[in-house]
Every structure is written in structure tokens, then in C-alpha cells.
Design a protein around this ligand. Structure first.
Ligand code: SF4
Ligand code: SF4
Length: 156
């Protein structure tokens, strides 16, 4: 007879699609990397999106958290709320993003707080922008092009 006490239940992120998640589950899928809060510049001619190592002015770079999350859309009108459709369509969403990993059926990595049980591991693994992002409020708007990076590793 099978020992049912040893059966394990897979965590929600392995069982559900993004569309099936509850609000708390959805929120917990964000690893807190801050990568999606980097300033992006769109080339007017080509439409290409360039990533910079500047963060949105509301990002607390030390914690990699939005400093005014409830009011972010009022404070920063172009802040984009991530939802399942946008996960599928936003080309600039980083490949390490928890939402993207689940949508692409890649599973969460060891450093994701849901896996490690520790919100610091996303920083320890060098995934977050904590050590290299610069708040956009600290630079002149006309100099923004100096901060373009090719990918996330260039910002480190
Ligand atoms: S890139 Fe994804 S996981 Fe990282 S902060 Fe943004 S929404 Fe969260
Ligand atoms: S308003 Fe907050 S959530 Fe939106 S991009 Fe800025 S720091 Fe990120």
C-alpha cells in the first residue's frame, strides 16, 4: 500500500497558469528584481527599445521595490501594470522575470523567493538591479542616452 503521508503537493506556480492565479499568488510571483522598472528609450525611427541602467524615479534601488506602489500609476503615468496578456506581449520583460518563466513553462529558479524562502536571494544571485541601477532623478534628462546598456549583464 502506498504511504500517502509522503505524497507532496506541487506548489501553485507549477500547477496553475498565470490566468488561474489568485491575486496574492500573482503578486508573490514577482521576484523583486526591479528590472522592469528600468527606464527604456524607444528609437523614434526604428521603434527599437533600448534599455538603460537608470531606474524609474519611484524605485528604491536599495530594496528594488516601488516606493509608492499603491499610487504608482498616478505618480508615473507610463508605469505599466503587468498582467498575463502583457507578459505574453512585452518584448522588454526580462528573461528572468517570474511571470515570464511561468508563462514559458521554464519554472522558477533557485533564487526566486518562492523557491528559496528568502527575499535576499534575488540580490545575492545578481539578478536584481540593486548594485548597478541609478535612479533617474539623479541624472539630467538630456544625458539619458549615456546610460543605455545592451542587456542586463552590461549594467552590472
Ligand atoms: S521583472 Fe518581473 S519579477 Fe522582476 S520586478 Fe519586474 S515583474 Fe517582478
Ligand atoms: S512606478 Fe513603481 S512599479 Fe512603476 S516603474 Fe516606477 S518604480 Fe516600477
Amino acid at each position: 500500500m502506498a504511504d500517502v503521508t509522503k505524497e507532496t503537493t506541487a506548489p501553485f506556480w507549477e500547477q496553475k497558469t498565470l490566468d488561474e492565479m489568485t491575486r496574492p499568488e500573482w503578486e508573490s510571483l514577482c521576484d523583486g528584481c526591479g528590472r522592469c522598472c528600468l527606464v527604456k528609450i524607444e528609437d523614434e525611427d526604428s521603434g527599437d527599445i533600448h534599455l538603460t541602467r537608470l531606474s524609474c524615479r519611484l524605485l528604491d534601488v536599495g530594496s528594488c521595490r516601488c516606493s509608492d506602489y499603491p499610487n504608482r500609476h498616478r505618480e508615473v503615468p507610463d508605469c505599466i501594470a503587468i498582467d498575463p496578456d502583457r507578459v505574453r506581449n512585452l518584448s522588454w520583460l526580462p528573461p528572468t522575470c517570474g511571470y515570464r518563466l511561468i508563462e514559458e513553462r521554464q519554472g522558477l529558479r533557485w533564487w526566486h523567493p518562492l523557491v528559496s524562502g528568502n527575499p535576499e536571494t534575488v540580490h545575492q544571485a545578481g539578478i536584481s538591479v540593486r548594485t548597478w541601477a541609478l535612479n533617474e532623478a539623479r541624472v539630467k534628462v538630456e544625458n539619458i542616452h549615456r546610460y543605455i546598456i545592451n542587456d542586463f549583464k552590461d549594467g552590472e
